[in-house]
Design a protein around this ligand. Structure first.
Ligand SMILES: [Zn+2]
Length: 336
């Protein structure tokens, strides 16, 4: 550490949990943040300020005005310019800490780019909004023995859990399958801005312990900042029969999983269905957000300039774009 670094991080070095050795470890570390929205933009800011030497930010979406109430790194000008979140975050982080290296990947994390984007990480932080990407992170992280920290928040509640491959339960030990049916999302159920920073803070604290080599007891933290209640329980034991961390099966790393496909000449993208969707319940949730038309075969949701047609098996056609990343993002937002 040079004198300017010693001064810059002096209050963090004074904190006995980190100390000089911990700070040196942070400066040498590489953290990857998947999803740079509400959770991820907080992770990025906190880790940049803490002096994590290398950050990689991955996000497939653009800044919109409706993000600004909870996505701490972004400003009105980012939304006005429709900047990709990863690029807007990279720009802001350069102003926060110019001495670290920040890489922005404007991309949808998939089996085909996961090695390139997550390889070499010392820790991975989950800032995503969907289970498909979380299972992909879990499969990759467990296969490469990279610790990662799961986090989720919606409405006024949220939870987090670190996954320490080989030592603690992985995501699939806890959730053997993705949750059934459409899930509440920030776009359908709303979100209180401070729950995302609270969950993201717990994730960052775990990440700092991992990067500095401090012992970490894997716990599931759940909290609700509106109705009250903070609970921490020890993460469950690893499932001796877990396909991922016990048997080494990583289906999300296989290219054979059906990726979203752009529908040629139609300015539309098809998303393959992963699970059954209750269209009546989905229609009720979406009704306040736009025009919903439904019959017994499908539900159509019109949110100009896009139109989503969702089938009971979860398959959807997103009209108004040929960009598969954007279509997946719309699907995650509205269907869950
Ligand atoms: Zn497992």
């Amino acid at each position: 550490m040079d004198p300017s670094e010693r001064e810059r991080y002096s209050r963090q070095i004074l904190f006995p949990g980190i100390g000089e050795r911990g700070q040196e470890a942070l400066l040498r570390s590489h953290a990857v943040i998947v999803g740079c929205g509400a959770l991820g933009s907080f992770h990025a800011s906190a880790l940049a300020r803490a002096g994590v030497g290398r950050l990689t930010l991955i996000d497939r979406d653009y800044v919109e005005a409706s993000n600004l109430h909870r996505q701490w790194l972004f400003e009105e000008s980012d939304a006005a310019e429709c900047l990709p979140k990863a690029a807007a975050a990279q720009r802001r982080l350069a102003a926060i800490n110019s001495s670290i290296r920040v890489t922005a990947a404007i991309a949808d994390l998939t089996a085909s780019n996961v090695t390139e984007l997550l390889g070499g990480a010392d820790v991975i932080l989950d800032g995503t909004d969907n289970f498909d990407t979380r299972y992909l992170i879990n499969d990759f992280a467990v296969s490469k023995k990279i610790p990662w920290v799961y986090g989720a928040a919606v409405a006024s509640y949220g939870l987090s859990m670190p996954v320490l491959p080989g030592r603690s339960a992985c995501l699939r030990c806890v959730y053997p399958n993705p949750p059934e049916g459409a899930q509440p999302t920030c776009e359908t159920a709303g979100v209180l801005n401070v729950i995302v920073s609270a969950v993201a803070s717990i994730q960052v604290a775990d990440a700092l312990r991992i990067l500095t080599g401090a012992p970490l007891r894997p716990r599931i933290t759940t909290l609700d900042l509106w109705n009250g209640g903070i609970r921490q329980i020890d993460a469950p034991e690893r499932d001796a029969d877990c396909p991922t961390c016990a048997h080494g099966e990583y289906p999300y790393l296989e290219e054979s999983r059906r990726p979203p496909a752009s529908l040629c000449g139609r300015n539309a993208v098809q998303i393959a269905g992963e699970r059954m969707v209750d269209l009546a319940a989905l229609g009720q949730r979406l009704a306040p957000l736009g025009e919903v038309r439904a019959n017994e075969y499908a539900l159509r949701f019109i949110a100009p300039p896009y139109e989503l047609t969702i089938f009971p098996d979860g398959r959807a056609i997103v009209k108004g774009t040929g960009d598969t990343g954007l279509a997946r993002s719309l699907y995650a937002r509205f269907v869950g």
